[in-house]
Write a protein that binds this ligand. Structure first.
Ligand SMILES: *Cc1c(COP(=O)(O)O)cnc(C)c1O
Length: 383
């Protein structure tokens, strides 16, 4: 047998990429015995993250999902309320709505950014206002590293006094008219899961310009302890704080955020150039309002023009030990959310049917990207 080295090293969609500095901070956490869900690295990570995205305040939490849950609670979402949310997203955007006993209402995407269609949202809020059934909150998701078109979304929410929460779990490093998505609504959420732009292995951050909201988030995340020498509780709390050890990793990662984003944008530029003359393949567009951080580079495949569908391409890559993934299956098509209302959904369904996320890690080299492109083209006999 001949060893096939190109086949033996698996290429992942997005794998952790440490800088080396993380370990120094972790060693400090050990040396000072701050092995706890609080400590100096948690405080510093919160300050540094708030500064990096331009938010007033930040609370470090155990996951992005925990941050979304707390944001909903802080927005006053209660049992029986409606929460409007993008349908094209990961289930973690929606599960916390159910934790609150509330009902998601899904909104379709627009092709320009793949994110929430602002006109559909505005119409839905206007008609709900007339019917006296406004939602308690709107949660807009910034997919794959690209901001949604926030100005009209903010305007529609403000017109009706509805709290806007931004799920920016995938969009750290992106911009919207020069600002960071996640800092423009009332609250924003970031994730440091293992496959995100930067990682703490698991973790999240809730940001806001409202100091009271972030203080409330910290309290709820620490079992809702009242200020008293004994354990006093006046409301239900959660155990959602980030470990000081993981915050130490986050500080090291934050120092290289710009480099990581640049590397991902280089991946996208490579794919764009190398696939530009391949019929039926298009890269997720970069909208006019900001910089796409390219957490993942996603393509759409038109089977009529390309000669095969996205599943054919995915399997061809997998056969060569390369991970790729279909674009998120929209929430209105998920069996678990089938009973909830959806406003449109055909654009999201179309992006799911034709969309594929390509290997996009900041630690990929050009020969990895070249392999991916070659396999995509060879899957339909193109040289
Ligand atoms: C990753 C992700 C989350 C959840 O973050 P965790 O830290 O994994 O809990 C939420 N929303 C979106 C869109 C995500 O991609």
């Amino acid at each position: 047998m001949t060893a096939n080295t190109t086949k033996t090293t698996r290429i992942y969609l997005s794998s952790p990429h440490m800088s080396g500095r993380e370990l120094e901070y972790v060693q400090d956490a050990f040396a000072t015995n701050w092995i706890a869900p609080l400590g100096p690295h948690v405080d510093a990570f919160e300050r540094e993250m708030a500064a990096a995205v331009g938010a007033g305040h930040a609370a470090a939490l155990s996951s992005g999902t925990a941050a979304i849950h707390l944001a909903l609670l802080l927005a006053g979402v209660e049992s029986g309320d409606d929460v409007i949310v993008s349908t094209l997203t990961f289930s973690a955007s929606v599960n916390p709505i159910i934790y609150c006993g509330a009902k998601p209402v899904f909104i379709d995407s627009e092709y320009e950014s793949w994110n929430m269609n602002p006109a559909l949202l505005a119409d839905e809020l206007d008609s709900r206002a007339r019917a006296g059934r406004l939602p308690k909150a709107v949660m807009v998701v910034h997919l794959y590293g690209q901001s949604a078109d926030l100005d009209p979304i903010v305007a529609a929410c403000q017109r009706h006094g509805v709290t806007l929460i931004e799920d920016a779990a995938e969009a750290l490093g992106a911009t919207y008219r020069g600002r960071s998505p996640g800092t423009i609504g009332t609250m924003g959420v970031y994730s440091f899961n293992g496959n995100k732009v930067i990682t703490t292995s698991g973790g999240g951050m809730l940001v806001s310009d409202d100091a009271d909201l972030i203080a409330r988030a910290r309290k709820l995340a620490t079992q809702a302890r009242e200020p008293a020498p004994h354990y006093e509780h006046a409301e239900i709390g959660y155990n959602y704080r980030l470990s000081n050890v993981l915050a130490a990793i986050g500080r090291g990662q934050l120092e290289v955020l710009e480099e990581r984003v640049t590397a991902r944008q280089r991946n996208a530029a490579y794919y764009q150039a190398a696939l530009s003359d391949t019929p039926g393949i298009a890269i997720q567009p970069e909208a006019s309002w900001g910089t796409h951080a390219r957490w993942l580079t996603c393509i759409t495949i038109d089977p009529a023009e390309f000669g095969a569908d996205r599943e054919h391409v995915r399997l061809a890559l997998e056969a060569q030990n390369i991970e790729s993934r279909p674009v998120w299956k929209p929430m209105h098509l998920q069996p678990v959310f089938a009973e909830y209302e959806s406003v449109g959904g055909d654009v999201a369904a179309d992006l799911f049917e034709h969309g594929l996320c390509l290997p996009s890690g900041s630690n990929l080299c050009e020969s990895d990207l070249e392999r991916v492109v070659t396999i995509i083209r060879e899957s339909v006999g193109l040289g």
